[in-house]
Ligand binder design. Sequence first.
Ligand SMILES: Nc1ncnc2c1ncn2[C@@H]1O[C@H](COP(=O)(O)OP(=O)(O)OP(=O)(O)O)[C@@H](O)[C@H]1O
Ligand SMILES: [Mg+2]
Length: 350
Amino acid sequence: MLETKDTNERFLTESAATSEDVVEDRELRPKSFADFIGQKRVVDNIELMVNSAKIREKAMDHVLLSGPPGLGKTSLAYLISKMLDVNLHVVSGPAVDKKGDLAAVLTNLTARDILFIDEIHRLPIAVEEILYSAMEDFRLDILIGQGSSARTMKIDLAPFTLIGATTRSGLLSRPLRDRFSMQLHFDFYEVDELNTIVSKNTNKVGVKVSTEARFLIAQMARGTPRIANRILRRVRDYAVVKKIDEMDNTNVESALHMLGIDSFGLDQMDRKILKTINEQYKGGPVGIDALSATLNEDRVTLEEVYEPYLLKIGYIIRSSRGRVISDFGKKYLDKIFGQNHSTTVNITKE
Ligand SMILES: Nc1ncnc2c1ncn2[C@@H]1O[C@H](COP(=O)(O)OP(=O)(O)OP(=O)(O)O)[C@@H](O)[C@H]1O
Ligand SMILES: [Mg+2]
């Protein structure tokens, strides 16, 4: 049986995610396009497609949503299904390991339904192939039998919309990518956009935060709404336990410090990555596999969760021979650990 899984349960620091966080994360999902802050180009295009599909009374065209984790791909897929008032079927790419699994999902779709495939770049190629005719002609071509007795069975499907989400669009095969008539990329959010998200969510999370401190949370959130919400929840916990009526900058700084987030918004693993490249690999270049082995951290997590933001803020650079720390990255280490920081990876702020 196919596992239908909502992969929204991944957080920056997975160990910090409690099941309560996951439930709250869902509650904080935007409920309308107006609630969906930022990503203007993405939202404008989606709104146009949704409205057109409604007027034409047809299934919306297939869309590929790409971008780093926690920027709102899953949230947007939910929002689209709500706006179109159609069913949303969620599957996770790596969980579909047999053609039959996907065929079962596809044949169960009713007209205009949305099939959301999360982490679509991790769909096995043999499974992916049955999507080609499904997406293009709403038809399943299934090969039955082997050798001379083999024949193709064609099954008509209801017209549906495929929404694919990926943190690594570059890993998608060409034939699959080309079948999405719309491909939209999510960028990291601006601080003022995150500030709006934090401000909208303080009440929902159940904490009062001063205007200044809300801005601080937005600045420390690595351009990522999921992280802003995660910090906000820990700020709430801090306020509840310390019996603080309204969290100000100093209180928020203490809560951030407990989370291991420094005054640059980077966390323990970011610092470890930068320090390892700088010291153990003399600034780089270092290949991702070597880095992953040294840090004892999964390669995919490094590539998909940590690296995009470090690249965006220019602390590391990707060259053909591997990752290199930039001058900015070195200056950051000097500021955090002092000019003559030791070769041991010290993860505390001071
Ligand atoms: N544009 C937005 N406006 C308000 N809140 C947002 C927005 N985008 C994301 N969020 C919040 O961030 C959380 C994480 O977003 P979401 O799960 O949609 O990210 P994702 O891109 O699917 O991540 P992943 O790649 O890890 O699956 C949501 O639960 C929602 O609360
Ligand atoms: Mg998601």
